[in-house]
Design a protein around this ligand. Structure first.
Ligand SMILES: Cc1cc2nc3c(=O)[nH]c(=O)nc-3n(C[C@H](O)[C@H](O)[C@H](O)COP(=O)(O)O)c2cc1C
Length: 172
């Protein structure tokens, strides 16, 4: 059993990205995993200010970011999770603003405790109007190994719902 958190950056919660998230979640839960989904569009999460306040806090504290908003829920869940799923439609060739903003804010935990402090397995789920995911994949493929995260798979395309289910079901 693994704890999985989904950072869902879709602009609407009944769209094509949500359909991928839904089948992934069904598969993951059937395999006995715990899944928590954060609908970022509905949350109050401000951008990282690069104030470096996180670097000045005591190392390893639960909430090193000096901003207090809904990101606190994600910080708590992120610390406990083994798997992080990044879900987003392609917006202007890359991930949506809500997803990018939430990932930027994870900087605080990593800056505070070090990049090896929170090893994760990770997944990318995306849909697009076209088939061009290249910029989003380049982004994910750079920062995820830099953090020492292990990619479990990228599901790219609204027609990949069953592949998303299988990926979820393969997590144990
Ligand atoms: C603001 C905005 C920007 C978009 N930019 C792109 C893009 O650059 N490339 C692309 O293929 N599709 C683009 N799309 C289309 C969406 O990626 C596509 O419709 C996606 O499946 C929507 O996901 P949803 O159903 O979860 O909302 C854009 C849509 C919006 C609303």
């Amino acid at each position: 059993m693994k704890r999985i958190i989904i950072l869902d950056g879709a602009g609407r919660n009944d769209g094509r990205t949500s359909a991928l998230v839904r089948t992934f979640t069904e598969g993951a839960k059937q395999a006995g995993n715990e899944v928590i989904r954060f609908e970022l569009q509905e949350m109050d999460i401000r951008g990282c200010r690069n104030c470096q306040g996180c670097a000045r806090q005591e190392k390893g504290i639960p909430l090193p970011c000096v901003q207090r908003d809904d990101m606190d829920e994600i910080y708590r869940a992120f610390r406990e999770a083994q798997v992080i799923v990044l879900a987003s439609p392609v917006y202007w060739w890359t991930v949506s603003g809500p997803l990018k903003t939430a990932v930027d804010r994870l900087y605080a935990l990593i800056r505070n405790a070090g990049k090896d402090a929170y090893p994760k397995e990770s997944v990318l789920l995306m849909t697009a109007g076209s088939t061009d995911y290249s910029q989003a994949v380049a982004w994910y493929s750079r920062f995820e190994p830099w953090l020492g995260w292990k990619d479990l798979g990228m599901i790219l395309g609204a027609n990949q719902a069953e592949a998303a289910r299988e990926l979820g079901a393969g997590i144990r």
